[in-house]
Design a protein around this ligand. Sequence first.
Ligand code: ATP
Length: 235
Amino acid sequence: MLQIENITVYYGNIQAIKGVTLDIQEGEIVTLIGANGAGKSTLLKTISGLLKPKDGQIIYEGKPIGGKAAQAIVKQGISHVPEGRRIFANMTVEENLQLGAYLRRDRAGIKKDMEQVYELFPRLLERVKQQAGTLSGGEQQMLAMGRALMAKPKLLLLDEPSMGLAPLLVKTIFRIIEEIKATGTTILLVEQNAHLALSIADRAYVMETGRIVLSGKANELTESEEVKMAYLGGH
Ligand code: ATP
């Protein structure tokens, strides 16, 4: 579904991605793990068109998308839930969700997907008219994910969905990520919590300072001594 071939990304003179190659097959959860500053968020932003690669290719459904505008990429079926959520604080829950569908014209489909989002996140349904800025951290994460789903993505990019959430809520969010996968959406998940990410992923890539240093099936990486020592607290 998505092939990234040897891309490099710069912030000015600083090279944040130093030749990354990876692929995502339809229907998978692929997770990207690695320490702070490894380049995980940068890679997601490059896939969704917020940053442009300097070299290399990003091929989505057989077509190059590297360097295309973010809006065009959303239209092709890739939605990004950024780190820190970035919901519209002064708008209601419902308005935030409607904005997620701003490129769509199929009213009936939008209504159906809105119902599906409320089914996935009943907490949002209880708070339809509430200002998004007054939601708890966990509810804001749900809203950010719901808004991304309103674009009807085939590929969902999730950046650190567990950040700042209490353990019970993290569990809820991860259960919902599995439910989203079950509806047929492919997921690329960036996570600091490697344990949890590997527990729901099919495959994983480990990033260090702008490069992929390890990759494989999630259950195999969970057993790898290198991953255990560096990312799973030695367990
Ligand atoms: P974290 O988990 O801390 O978010 P990450 O793996 O997602 O880490 P990135 O945010 O992608 O890492 O950052 C990769 C590198 O690029 C870091 O060295 C970071 O300082 C640098 N970087 C990120 N954003 C910018 C920016 N806007 N300008 C300059 N450098 C940046």
